[in-house]
Design a protein around this ligand. Structure first.
Ligand code: VG1
Ligand code: CO
Length: 544
């Protein structure tokens, strides 16, 4: 029988621990027999009352997306799921998946992506479970999945392996489950209409405003074509690299000055358009540039907060802001001036969910090119781009003008992140252990007395859950700060992230390059951490 459910015996993989954003491993790991099945069964096993419910499934189109989705569909049917909404061709950006879960009242969703990590047979893949609010599963849920994965002995799946046709919208039956193939863009595009002054933005383009949006061969292409070019009238060609490719054209779909190099070069060159933006593999990150100027994500959050009254979907309803701990404190200063609370959470969007649900925070952001709001429960790349366009349209100023004006009003927080990728794990762990085992308080660091040195721990103010070991903070009396943590999304060795910042209130000192302004802090950090002795080199692989 085509819809016969079988129970397949399996042995656990002991390493299926979700990290900062879901289970993320190399494709070769995911392609091992039973690997996807084991994790998906572990997810299903910890979800109470899943039978008869609706799930959303989609991914960023990377290599192995289609194969994984077909397995998930057959397993969902075998585990009693009532209906699955799948993006056409298996595509859904991360923010669109969040949007679809919320709009359709789904029980949850599975998002297939390794986000900004490269794709292709030699690249990375990932699976993330999102809960009914549309956001990433909180830690207690991912920990339950991990625990389940370590004791799993069998999984349930339909025996018939005939793939479901995902190329056309509409419903089909898979065993007792309904599969509804949906337009991946429509729900999301409708939501954007409710948040922004689309007529004002369209007016910008009518008046000759120029822009380049680099989709980096990843998932945002179809969304950007539909919204920027078709809906808002940006000229054809505004969106570049707009067709999702399985391997992202061999690139690293991470929108920063290093990996979105072509865009950066254009924006700092003689033919720069008025506005430049890029997004990552799964569409939740964004980079914002103006002619000759780069807006750090931390500043972007601060600017969006300061200008939220210009955005129809936010006028008169911003309750607070939240940022991840390593994100600069630029937004804190705006929040203070506006009399709004500012929450500091551990790295990863999953920590914003409770604050957004409770209406305590309306906007949130991370230094890692993530900005978003309570419209969904993920960070949202295109949303940030539209928010900036809306502000540019209302204010009639350039990006550079808005940014320097912002600094004049609130002060500038010089900020940089230095990443050291592909380190050996043992010395990286030893570095963290050393930093945890001593206190620098009272000592002098970068010419200033250290007033705080801790390992960031967080108690969620809404549900009381706690998370510890979230990164070392070293703060000096002038308010300068160093944060040190290891990545939870890398798939090879260890990635060390150093985050450095310093506040500069005086507008006469606002025109420096961040690397220059922070040079002493950077040098002091390298020697404090003895990078050269530990790793043989002290230059980072990526600077953002
Ligand atoms: C990185 C970023 C973090 C972000 C996460 C997921 O995590 O630092 O801020 O939330 O990626 O982003 P880590 O642990 O490697 O530092 V992505 O666009 O997966 O969705
Ligand atoms: Co991403």
């Amino acid at each position: 029988m085509a819809d016969r459910v079988i129970e397949v015996a399996t042995t656990p993989f002991l390493c299926q621990k979700p990290g900062t954003s879901g289970l993320r491993k190399t494709v070769s790991v995911f392609r091992q027999p039973h690997y996807v099945e084991n994790f998906v069964q572990s997810v299903f096993d910890v979800l109470d009352g899943l039978a008869g419910q609706t799930l959303v499934v989609g991914g960023d189109g990377r290599f192995y997306n289609q194969e994984a989705i077909q397995v998930i569909l057959r397993m969902a049917a075998a585990n009693g799921v009532g209906r699955v909404l799948v993006g056409r061709d298996g595509l859904l950006s991360t923010p669109a998946a969040s949007c679809v879960i919320r709009r359709h009242g789904a029980y949850g969703g599975l998002i297939l992506s390794a986000s900004h990590n490269p794709g292709g047979p030699a690249g990375d893949f990932g699976i993330k479970y999102n809960i009914g609010n549309g956001g990433p599963a909180p830690e207690r849920v991912t920990e339950a999945m991990f625990a389940r994965s370590r004791e799993l002995t069998q999984y349930r799946i339909l025996e018939d392996e005939t793939p479901v046709d995902l190329s056309r919208d509409g419903d089909t039956q898979l065993g007792a489950m309904r599969v509804s193939v949906i337009d991946p863009v429509a729900d999301y595009a409708e939501l954007m209409e409710t948040l922004f002054d689309m007529e004002a933005i369209a007016g910008l383009f009518r008046d000759g405003f120029t822009m380049r949006f680099d989709a980096m061969h990843a998932i945002t292409g179809p969304y950007a074509h539909a919204i920027l070019e078709k809906r808002l009238g940006a000229p054809a060609g505004t969106v570049v690299n707009g067709t999702p490719l399985k391997d992202f054209g061999g690139g690293h779909p991470d929108p920063n000055l290093t990996y979105a190099h072509d865009l950066a070069e254009l924006m700092f060159g003689p033919d720069a358009p008025d506005f430049g933006a890029a997004s990552d593999g799964d569409g939740d990150r964004n980079m914002i540039l103006g002619r000759g100027v780069f807006v750090t994500p931390s500043d972007s959050l601060a600017v969006l907060l300061a200008n939220a009254e210009l955005l129809p979907g936010y006028r008169g309803r911003v309750k607070g802001v939240a940022r991840s701990m390593p994100t600069s404190r630029a937004a804190d200063r705006v929040a203070e001036a506006m009399g709004l609370p500012c929450y500091e959470t551990p790295t990863g969007w999953k920590f914003f969910g409770t604050l957004l649900d409770a209406g305590r925070a309306t906007l949130c952001g991370e230094e890692s090119f993530g900005t978003g709001s309570d419209h969904v429960r993920e960070k949202d790349g295109l949303w940030a781009v539209l928010a900036w366009l809306n502000i540019l349209a209302q204010r009639g100023e350039t990006v550079a003008g808005i940014l320097t004006g912002h600094w004049r009003q609130f002060g500038r927080t010089y900020y940089t992140r230095h990443d050291y990728e592909g380190l050996d794990k043992a010395p990286a762990d030893a570095l963290m252990a050393d930093l945890r085992g001593r206190s620098l308080v009272g000592e002098v660091f970068a010419g200033q007395r250290v007033v705080l040195h801790d390992d960031f721990a967080y108690t969620d103010p809404v549900d009381g859950s706690t998370s510890s070991g979230q990164g070392i903070r070293v703060q000096t009396e002038d308010g300068s700060r160093l944060v040190v943590r290891l990545s939870g999304t890398g798939t090879q060795g260890a990635t060390l992230r150093l985050y450095m910042e310093r506040f500069e209130p005086n507008p006469e000192h606002h025109h420096h390059d961040a690397q220059d302004a922070l040079a002493d802090l950077i040098a002091a950090t390298r020697s404090l951490l003895a990078l050269k002795a530990r790793f043989g080199a002290e230059d980072p692989t990526v600077i953002t």
